[in-house]
Design a protein around this ligand. Structure first.
Ligand SMILES: [Zn+2]
Length: 213
């Protein structure tokens, strides 16, 4: 695995990258400077092992991104809410993807805690609630790593449910905007993304999705 130990490596690589882009397309940066038209909003974990552009082979301009520890959708997070509003109302993005991953440190911290790192524990407290709610099912898995991976999946579904609760999304439904939701898990053991089954009927029952969704 290549590791860049020095920040100057990053700057040098950036210059190399820009030169390579120009070599294949003289107007690459002229095009890039035009208004963005991304088709996907990604809400993912900050983990350094999940580089969204690399694992989806996306180019600059394709993904509109928000990341935080353990891909939380917190209804009081003004940063995230403004990103969702901008994505849906200004950029007219139709696909919103919540991307979790296996071996998520935030998910583990929600259950086991971190030594004196109260802020992180606070941030992931929703996952702690989720764990306690599904404790029986999760503990029946036996293997601890697998249990956390299952909790990561549950977390993605739970965060999508929070997303549907936001006034921005509910307003979009009232205005008959087309929106598609995706719950994905990056399987760090294989490099593959799993597309999770969403409980659409349950969400309709809670009036979080329109009947004809
Ligand atoms: Zn994570």
């Amino acid at each position: 695995m290549i590791q860049h130990n020095d920040y100057s490596d990053l700057l040098r690589n950036n210059h190399k990258w820009a030169a390579e882009k120009l070599e294949t397309d003289k107007s690459y940066f002229e095009e890039l400077a035009k208004p963005q038209k991304p088709k996907f909003l990604f809400i993912g974990c900050s983990d350094s092992r999940i580089p969204l552009e690399s694992i989806t082979e996306s180019e600059p301009g394709e993904l509109f991104v928000h990341r935080n520890i353990a891909n939380q959708i917190n209804l009081t997070d003004i940063n995230l809410l403004s990103i969702i509003e901008y994505a849906v109302e200004i950029l007219n993005i139709e696909h919103i993807i919540v991307l979790g991953h296996y071996k998520c440190g935030g998910v583990k911290a929600a259950v086991e805690g971190l030594d004196e790192e109260d802020i992180v524990e606070n941030w992931v407290s929703q996952i702690s609630d989720l764990y306690h709610f599904h404790k029986k099912e999760l503990e029946s898995i036996g293997d601890k790593a697998k249990m956390y991976d299952k909790l990561s999946e549950m977390n993605v579904i739970s965060q999508l449910k929070n997303l549907l609760r936001t006034p921005i999304i509910q307003r979009a439904f009232r205005n008959n905007k087309k929106l598609y939701f995706h719950g994905w898990i990056f399987d760090i053991y294989t490099g593959l993304i799993n597309d999770l089954q969403l409980p659409l009927d349950e969400w309709k029952e809670y009036d979080l999705l329109p009947e004809d969704y």
